[in-house]
Design a protein around this ligand. Structure first.
Ligand code: ZN
Length: 214
C-alpha cells in the first residue's frame, strides 16, 4: 500500500518544487517593478494571482502550465530572453510564454489590436493563461484602478478585454464563466460609480447595458 502511494506524492512534491523555482525566478526578474493600480502593489503579486486562478479556480494541475503562468510577463516586462527561459524551464514553457508575449516595439494601440487578432490562433494552454491574465486584470481594475484612469478609459479596457477573450473561447469553459462573472462585476462597479453618468458618455453607457453577457 505504502509503496503504491509513494509515486504520486513524490510527483506532487516535484511539481511544487518546479513551481517554486519559477516563482523564485519571476520574483527576482520583477523585483523592481510595481503594478499600475492605485495601491502600487509589487508586480509579482500579479503572476502569482494568475497562476492561482488557474490552479485553485480552474483546477489546473500541469506544473508546466503553472510555471508558464508565473513567468508569463517576464519576456514582455523584464530583460528575460526566450533562450534564458528555455535554459531554466525547458522548451514548452518558453513557447507558452512567447505565445502570450506582446511585441513591445509596437505602439500600444497596435499591440492591443494584435492581441484580439492573435487570440484565436494561440494554443489551448496559452489561451488558458490569457483568460486567467484577463480575469486578474479586470479584478484589479474593479478594486484598485490605476490613478488617472477615468470611467471612459476603464470602460474601453473592459471592452478590449472582452474582445480578446472572445478569441480565447473553447479553451476552458470554467475560466470563460469566471471571466464573464468578473466582467459583470467590473461593469457593475463602473455603473455604480458613474451614478449620475456625467463622466460616462451616453454611447458608452449604452454599450455597458447592451453587451452584458447572458
Ligand atoms: Zn499579465
Amino acid at each position: 500500500m505504502t509503496s503504491l502511494a509513494s509515486p504520486p506524492i513524490f510527483g506532487a512534491m516535484e511539481s511544487s518544487l518546479e513551481i517554486l523555482r519559477a516563482l523564485h525566478f519571476a520574483a527576482d526578474k520583477h523585483r523592481k517593478q510595481r503594478r499600475k493600480g492605485a495601491d502600487r502593489d509589487p508586480y509579482i503579486n500579479h503572476p502569482i494571482a494568475v497562476a492561482e486562478v488557474l490552479a485553485r479556480e480552474a483546477g489546473v494541475r500541469s506544473a508546466k502550465l503553472l510555471q508558464a503562468a508565473v513567468l508569463h510577463d517576464t519576456i514582455e516586462d523584464t530583460e528575460t530572453t526566450p533562450e534564458e527561459l528555455e535554459r531554466h524551464f525547458g522548451r514548452r514553457v518558453r513557447r507558452l510564454v512567447e505565445e502570450v508575449t506582446d511585441d513591445k516595439k509596437l505602439p500600444s494601440a497596435e499591440r492591443k489590436r494584435l492581441q484580439i487578432e492573435h487570440a484565436p490562433k494561440l494554443s489551448k494552454q496559452a489561451r488558458r493563461i490569457k483568460l486567467a491574465d484577463k480575469i486578474c486584470n479586470l479584478r484589479d481594475l474593479a478594486h484598485t484602478p490605476p490613478k488617472g484612469w477615468n470611467l471612459e478609459r476603464r470602460i474601453r479596457y473592459l471592452e478590449w478585454s472582452r474582445q480578446v477573450v472572445a478569441g480565447c473561447r473553447g479553451a476552458s469553459p470554467k475560466l470563460e464563466r469566471l471571466f464573464d462573472r468578473t466582467l459583470r462585476v467590473a461593469r457593475a462597479a463602473i455603473d455604480r460609480e458613474s451614478g449620475g453618468g456625467h463622466e460616462v458618455p451616453a454611447a458608452a453607457r449604452g454599450t455597458l447595458r447592451r453587451r452584458r453577457p447572458a
